[in-house]
Design a binder for this molecule. Structure first.
Ligand code: MG
Length: 393
């Protein structure tokens, strides 16, 4: 019997996954309770959320003085900065921590939550990409479960229930292909920010939407799958599936395949992580739309073209390189995507910059947290330096 209600600490409550987590909680008030909320800078939304869910702790990372002032004005007892994130993820009443920040921010608070014995619903893929070895080691030591929220990994996790990992032949991650699936190399070169942000099947935050357009996101998901499920990289494949109905598949040694399907929805993988091992009835909740196969008609699958999406290949190279290469990949990608979103570089420069930074890097094997953070900081700096030297020439 699963014990309900579960107490939830939510890291990244104002982002896309954070808001959808609260949608789930709102629909199942008898099953889930919010005990702590943390956001980076959207104080007005955080205030609304706090009013509705009445957490006992509110934290704001507050990366600028004006955000800090607003947070202090809104919440007399707010905990600011890194300390706030740590107090949220280690909140004594929390049973489960939803780690839904994007980028590097989630790493240390997630590790702290694991050490505090919390179940982790992990939506932040960078945490596993950069520090998968540390996170999984720590989880094993503390006896805590790390549950996937990413739709592909949730699908694989669901397919693996009741199965033995030695009987898995390979994992097949599906990819929508992003908005430029049909674009030529020439067209991809001149993509605008607006085009890159118009994803055909998923609504997400801007960073991950650009990562989905470059297919960096799919590359990162291979690393994520490797750490979640302990399957070697050579047995994880990607297939493009533009309808995003099949969320991923597992092929077993006997040749049988299991796949998980639904209409594209992040609410479902979030709910699954929160309610596990139970499944809750979503009928009448207005949360998950029913899948009518006859309306779907047909599903399509095609190979991923690495020549048009070099970021995918770069992620695989970094994965195979190991050490601090994945951390450099994440740092350089964050910086390059920010430069693209700020109108500073062209879309095709994202991959070129990341590749140049990876080539300059000297990897450290089995990095600890300090080495991981140093590698990502170095990668961001190296990315900016390449751009600056480019402009002065
Ligand atoms: Mg995904």
């Amino acid at each position: 019997m699963t014990q309900f209600p579960k107490n939830i600490a939510l890291l990244g409550s104002t982002g896309s996954i954070g808001q959808q987590t609260l949608d789930v909680v709102r629909r199942f008030p008898e099953y889930f309770r919010i005990v702590a909320l943390a956001a980076r800078s959207n104080v007005s939304l955080l205030e609304q959320q706090a009013r509705e869910f009445e957490p006992s702790l509110v934290a704001c990372f507050a990366d600028t003085p004006s955000v800090e002032a607003a947070a202090r004005a809104a919440f007399p007892n707010v905990v600011l900065g890194e300390q706030g994130l740590l107090e949220v993820t280690t909140h004594p009443q929390a049973d489960i921590v939803v780690a839904a920040t994007s980028g590097l921010m989630g790493l240390e608070p997630t590790l702290a939550a694991i050490r505090a014995g919390k179940t982790i619903a992990l939506a932040n893929k960078e945490t596993l990409v950069m520090a998968g070895h540390l996170v999984m080691q720590e989880a094993q030591r503390s006896g805590v479960s790390i549950l996937p929220v990413d739709s592909e990994h949730s699908a694989i996790w669901q397919c693996l229930r009741g199965e033995q990992s030695k009987e898995v032949n390979r994992l097949l991650l599906t990819a929508s292909g992003g908005p430029f699936r049909r674009a030529t190399l020439e067209q991809i070169r001149s993509v605008t920010v607006e085009q890159a942000l118009a994803h055909p099947t998923w609504r997400m935050g801007p960073k991950i939407t650009v990562d989905s357009a470059t297919l960096m996101n799919k590359g990162l998901e291979i690393l994520e799958a490797h750490w979640f499920f302990g399957i070697p990289y050579e047995r994880i494949d990607v297939i493009v599936h533009p309808e995003s109905i099949i969320h991923s598949m597992v092929e077993f040694v006997d040749g049988s395949l299991k796949m998980q399907a639904s209409l594209p929805s992040m609410h479902l993988p979030i709910l699954d992580a929160l309610s596990y091992p139970a499944r809750l009835n979503t009928a009448g909740k207005g949360l998950v739309r029913e899948l009518h196969w006859s309306d779907v008609g047909q599903l399509n699958f095609e190979a991923l073209d690495e020549t048009r999406f070099p970021c995918f290949r770069l992620a695989l190279d970094a994965a195979r390189g190991g050490g601090t290469y994945p951390s450099v990949l994440v740092g350089a990608d964050e910086e390059a995507v920010a430069l693209f979103l700020g109108g500073k570089i062209e879309f095709s420069r994202i991959a070129e910059l990341i590749e140049a930074v990876l080539e300059q890097h000297r990897s450290v094997e089995q990095p600890d947290i300090a080495a991981i953070l140093e590698a990502t900081a170095w990668a961001r700096q190296a990315t900016r330096e390449i751009i600056m030297s480019h402009f002065t020439i």
